[in-house]
Write a protein that binds this ligand. Structure first.
Ligand code: 4NP
Length: 157
């Protein structure tokens, strides 16, 4: 299997995309595919560069056995568009931002993450930043469903 490079993107890179990175990395390692699939996350915004994930996201992830505390936020950079094979965004705002930042030759790499969770009625992973802890549980449920679909998609080549 050719190595596949995946980048998860949200606005701040402290809530949704770090949880997506953590959940998908856990799934990939449980399948023994860590040498085949490279994973990172980034934000479209710059406010939180260098910060750890949101404590609510770290706690909700830890409760599902996933440690995301080692992650540090970074901003999407120009080289990401050529380097990664798939760039998976959490919402339509992220999608518009990345389409406007990237050359047309890279647009085919950019998708809504929930496109890989076909059973989901939702198309966006909602921003949990200004809500309560329920929001983080909901985000993790959506991310788990899309992660399974994404892995099947990669394995199907
Ligand atoms: P994220 O959540 O995009 O899932 O990391 C947010 C984190 C911070 C802010 C917005 C969304 N903020 O406005 O600071």
């Amino acid at each position: 299997m050719k190595k596949t490079k995946i980048l998860f993107v949200c606005l701040g890179n402290i809530c949704r995309s770090p949880m997506a990175e953590g959940v998908f990395r856990d799934l990939v390692s449980r399948e023994g595919l860590e040498n085949e699939i490279e994973i990172d996350s980034a934000g479209t915004g710059s406010w939180h560069i260098g910060k750890t994930p949101d404590p609510r996201g770290m706690r909700a992830s830890a409760a599902r056995g996933i440690d995301i505390s080692g992650q540090r936020a970074r901003q999407v950079k120009n080289g990401d568009f050529s380097y990664y094979d798939l760039i998976l965004v959490m919402d339509h705002d992220n999608l518009q931002t990345l389409i406007s930042l990237s050359a047309p030759e890279y647009h085919h790499k950019i998708h809504l993450f929930l496109d890989f969770a076909p059973a989901s009625y939702e198309t966006e992973v909602p921003d949990p930043y200004f809500g309560g802890t329920d929001g983080f549980e909901h985000v993790l449920n959506l991310i788990e469903a899309a992660s399974r679909g994404l892995l099947l998609h990669i394995q199907a080549g």
